[in-house]
Design a protein around this ligand. Structure first.
Ligand code: ZN
Length: 272
């Protein structure tokens, strides 16, 4: 894949760079898109940042990340909905196509209860999402995060939820890191595509052994995920959006970020 127009990088991938520098470097390298983690907007005006990104020719597939709906405490659930509404407005100001949802979980209650609270939370956002013209992407997370980060752990569960909510504004973000192990992945990707629910495709690799549950992701080709095979499934299911590189890695963050960006592009061309 020599063409980089469908390559997007998440700002958290090059964690040490601020958004201004990251945008300049991505654009200079020919990268087509940038997905913005909310902390990179601290102290900044999202309209101005959106203008800067657009001036660099960068598209903004996503603002990351909303969600975290479930709680045993009703007032915390209401607060989460309010915070997500603010994020939808920020995403619109930035010019992002979608808000990625890390849906949340509360270990003090059953996963089923958390899932129904996630659905209730998302349903309260749909009107504003349509007004803002910002899509909501449910991102299923690997089951090792089912205690606190997400009660949605398989693509099947995300498909079930998106189909039950049945809104053009609600779909799914498919991340190879979270889903590569699932024997039903290809079938569920086909189902997701048939329902027009594939909103995003996130790529990285699974290091073996994995040294840290959160911050030891690898470059595509460094680990054991068949990224190219999964990408072919997603594309065969009708997805033609960005391939979003989302790598959290203490090891790679500690390295020279310019060399890291070159490695990302090499891994994208040869192992994705
Ligand atoms: Zn992701």
């Amino acid at each position: 894949m020599e063409d980089l127009s469908k390559l997007c990088i998440h700002t958290l991938t090059t964690k040490p760079w601020d958004i201004e520098y990251a945008a300049e470097q991505y654009a200079r390298a020919g990268v087509g898109g940038i997905s913005v983690w909310q902390q990179y907007l601290n102290g900044r005006n999202p309209v101005q940042i959106g203008k800067m990104l657009s001036d660099y020719g960068l598209e903004v597939p996503a603002l990351v990340r909303g969600g975290f709906f479930p709680s045993t405490d009703r007032s915390k659930r209401d607060l989460a909905v309010e915070e997500n509404k603010k994020m939808l407005e920020t995403a619109a100001a930035l010019g992002a196509d979608m808000l990625v949802l890390v849906c949340g979980a509360d270990p003090g209650q059953a996963l089923e209860t958390s899932r129904s609270q996630i659905r209730e939370g998302i349903e309260q956002l749909i009107t504003l999402a349509s007004e803002c013209r910002v899509k909501l992407a449910i991102e299923p997370l690997h089951p090792m995060y089912a205690d606190t980060r997400s009660a949605v752990n398989t693509l099947e569960q995300a498909n079930d939820m998106a189909e039950a909510i049945q809104s053009d504004w609600v779909g799914v973000a498919i991340d190879v890191y979270h889903l590569w192990w699932d024997p039903h992945l290809e079938t569920e990707i086909i189902r997701c595509g048939k329902n027009n629910n594939i909103f995003a495709f996130h790529i990285c690799d699974w290091m073996s052994p994995t040294a840290d549950m959160l911050n030891d992701r690898g470059l595509m080709g460094e680990g054991c995920i068949p990224v190219r095979t999964i990408r072919s499934w997603v594309e065969n299911a009708g997805f033609n959006g960005f391939n979003e590189v989302e790598i959290f890695s203490d090891r790679l963050w500690a390295s020279d970020q310019h060399q890291f960006l070159e490695k990302i592009i090499h891994a994208y061309k040869h192992n994705s």
